[in-house]
Design a protein around this ligand. Structure first.
Ligand code: NAD
Length: 324
C-alpha cells in the first residue's frame, strides 16, 4: 500500500488532498494544528501538532512516505495577507514550517516533496494593468511581490530548490492561483474572494446590496479545488521540478464574479464599492508552461465550480442562521 504525508491536512486544500489520496488507496498521515473545520478527515492517522517544532517533525516523519505534500502555512485571503498586520507571523511561522519539514525529510532520506507556493510571488510591477497581467513563471525576478506573504513563498521556493541542487531532494513546486471550493474558510477574515462573495450574496435579501472592496475592476482567475488536486498530483508524480503555475486562465473582474454569484443565487443585488485591502490590480494564470511540460491544463469553467461552492456556502449560512 502506498503511503503519503499531508502537512496542513486540516486546511482547505490539504483536507481535500487527503480525500483524493484515500480514493486512490493510499495510507495517509495528516498533520495540522487543527482538524478540518467543515468535515471529517479521511486520514488514517491524524496528528494534531505544530510543524514549527522540529521534534514534532521528527516524530511524524518516522517512516519512508511515498509522497509528501506540504500545504501548511499561516495563510488567508486579502483581508489577512494584505493589511500588513500579520506579516511577522506569516513570515516567521510559514518560514519555520518549511525549514523544519524539508530538512527532516532530507535527514530521513525521503526525496520527493511537493511544496505549495503562490501566484503572490509575482512582481507587482507586472500586474498593474488589469487587462494584461504578466504571470509567466520566469517573470518572478527581479522580485517585488506586493506582500510579505509573497516574499516568504519566494524564500521557501528558493529553500526547496537549494535542497534540490545541493542535497538531491526531488522537490516539486507549484504556484497556486486562487483555489476555491466547498469545505473551505468562508467567514471570519481568512476567506478568499470567491467564498466571501458567495457568503455576501447568500446573506443578502433579494434587492439588497453586496459590498465589494475597491472599484471591482481588479481582475483575477480562480481554480476549482478538484483541478488543483489533479495538477498537483500530476506534477508530484512527474520528473520535473517546476515552479509552475497551477491556476485557471479564465480571468474575470471582481464585479463579474459578483454578477456570476448573483445569477447562481437567482438574486438581483446592488453593488456597494467600499475601501478594503486589494492586492495587485490584475492577475491571471499563464498556463503555457504546465501545458508544455505536463501536457495538461485546467479546463473547467469558473461558473461550474462557483455553483458548487455557492450551494455549500448557502447551506452554511442557513445553518448559522438557524443556530441563532
Ligand atoms: P489553509 O489555511 O486552509 O490551510 C493551511 C493549514 O496549515 C491550516 O489548516 C493551518 O492550521 C495549518 N497550519 C498553519 N500553521 C501550522 C503549524 N505551525 N503547524 C501545523 N499546521 C499549521 O490554506 P489552503 O488554502 O488550504 O492553502 C494550502 C497551501 O496552499 C498554503 O501553503 C497556501 O499558502 C497555498 N496557496 C493556497 C492558495 C489558495 O487559493 N487557497 C493560493 C496560493 C497558495
Amino acid at each position: 500500500m502506498k503511503t503519503a504525508l499531508v502537512c496542513g491536512a486540516g486546511g482547505f486544500i490539504g483536507s481535500h488532498m487527503v480525500r483524493r489520496l484515500k480514493d486512490e488507496g493510499f495510507w495517509i498521515r495528516g498533520v495540522d494544528l487543527k482538524y478540518p473545520e467543515f468535515w471529517e478527515t479521511a486520514a488514517d492517522d491524524f496528528v494534531v501538532g505544530d510543524l514549527r517544532d522540529p521534534s514534532l517533525c521528527r516524530q511524524i516523519v518516522d517512516r519512508r512516505f511515498d509522497e509528501v505534500y506540504q500545504f501548511a502555512a499561516d495563510m488567508g485571503g486579502a483581508g489577512f495577507v494584505f493589511t500588513g498586520e500579520n506579516d511577522a507571523d506569516i513570515m516567521h511561522n510559514s518560514g519555520q514550517i518549511n525549514l523544519n519539514i524539508l530538512d527532516t525529510c532530507h535527514k530521513r532520506n525521503i526525496k520527493r516533496i511537493f511544496y505549495s507556493s503562490s501566484a503572490c510571488v509575482y512582481p507587482e510591477y507586472n500586474q498593474l494593468d488589469p487587462e494584461n497581467p504578466n504571470c509567466s513563471e520566469d517573470s518572478a525576478y527581479p522580485a517585488q511581490p506586493d506582500s510579505d506573504y509573497g516574499f516568504e513563498k519566494l524564500f521557501s521556493e528558493r529553500l526547496y530548490l537549494a535542497y534540490h541542487r545541493n542535497k538531491g531532494m526531488e522537490v516539486r513546486i507549484a504556484r497556486f492561483h486562487n483555489i476555491f471550493g466547498p469545505y473551505g474558510t468562508w467567514k471570519d477574515g481568512r476567506e478568499k474572494a470567491p467564498a466571501a462573495m458567495c457568503r455576501k450574496v447568500a446573506m443578502a435579501p433579494d434587492g439588497g446590496t453586496v459590498e465589494i472592496w475597491g472599484d471591482g475592476n481588479q481582475t483575477r482567475s480562480f481554480l476549482y479545488i478538484d483541478e488543483c488536486l489533479e495538477g498537483t498530483l500530476r506534477l508530484t508524480r512527474s520528473d520535473w521540478t517546476g515552479p509552475v503555475n497551477i491556476g485557471s486562465d479564465e480571468m474575470v473582474t471582481i464585479n463579474a464574479l459578483a454578477d456570476m454569484a448573483m445569477v447562481i443565487a437567482g438574486k438581483k443585488l446592488k453593488k456597494d464599492h467600499i475601501q478594503g485591502p486589494l492586492g495587485v490590480r490584475g492577475r491571471n494564470s499563464d498556463n503555457r508552461l504546465i501545458e508544455k511540460m505536463l501536457h495538461w491544463r485546467p479546463s473547467r469553467p469558473l461558473y461550474e465550480g462557483l455553483e458548487k461552492t455557492y450551494h455549500w456556502i448557502e447551506q452554511q449560512v442557513r445553518k448559522l442562521k438557524s443556530d441563532g
